[in-house]
Design a protein around this ligand. Structure first.
Ligand code: FES
Length: 232
């Protein structure tokens, strides 16, 4: 896992992929495995993907209204706090107050779900609201742009950022956001540091592309991935 000295926001998933009170999406950021979901009231949730009871992955469970229910023993945890609220095997027993899922701050901005992870080094001075203000996150992708695809790159995110900079793209104020042209196509690339040797690049385009421009962009993205993975 990378050593992170200040909390920062990570573009972990497309906001539209999380349906209220419905599905659970697996996510990664800085080597952590996350369970991403949306409560029935619409609020996005980003949790450590481990049930505090016996560590079964939350992504195997189900969303029940504003609760997440673990697949194994069915313990339920409430959106927001992550507090355990119900143990089906002991319906008359109050849920223990000290059992709580590990939760992270999550916001929706620019069509993405962003998750803020705490620093790995507790003694380091932290930036109060983390790297990336709400206004910067909201401006990461200009209004009206279209989501194109997510590129998986088996290499550190830093090498993807270097490759984008080498191609003349410029870093935006929002963490992980890069703007510029890839083979003549205007793009925003949101680079997610998923694992030490795994990056996801969410590509957004200015307009819905015709098939020729789409092929150009897909070919450019594959070349970028090939170069980065070969160097690594
Ligand atoms: S492991 Fe999740 S309820 Fe037991």
């Amino acid at each position: 896992m990378n050593t992170q000295t200040a909390s920062t926001w990570h573009p972990v998933a497309r906001a539209a992929d999380l349906r209220p009170g419905a599905n659970i999406v697996a996510g990664f950021a800085e080597g952590r495995e996350l369970a991403l979901w949306r409560a029935a009231d619409g609020t996005p949730q980003a949790w450590d993907n481990r049930c505090p009871h016996r560590s079964v992955r939350f992504t195997l469970g189900r969303v029940a209204g504003n609760q997440l229910a673990c697949a194994y023993h069915g313990w339920e945890y409430e959106a927001g706090s992550g507090q355990c609220t119900r143990i089906p095997a002991h319906p008359a027993m109050p849920a223990p107050r000290n059992v709580c899922a590990k939760t992270f701050a999550a916001v929706e901005a620019a069509g993405m779900l962003w998750v803020q992870l705490p620093p790995d080094v507790p003694d380091e001075p932290d930036v109060p609201d983390g790297l990336g203000t709400p206004a910067e996150l909201a401006d990461a992708v200009p209004a009206g742009w279209h989501f194109c695809r997510t590129l998986t790159v088996r290499a550190p995110a830093g090498e993807v950022r270097e490759a984008l900079a080498h191609r003349g793209l410029a870093a935006h104020a929002a963490p992980g956001a890069w703007r510029g042209r890839l083979d003549g196509v205007d793009i925003v690339a949101l680079v997610l540091d998923a694992q030490p040797r795994l990056a996801f690049v969410h590509l957004w385009t200015q307009a819905a592309l015709n098939s020729a421009a789409m092929q150009t962009l897909h070919a450019a993205a594959r070349r970028l991935r090939g170069e980065v993975e070969t160097q690594h």
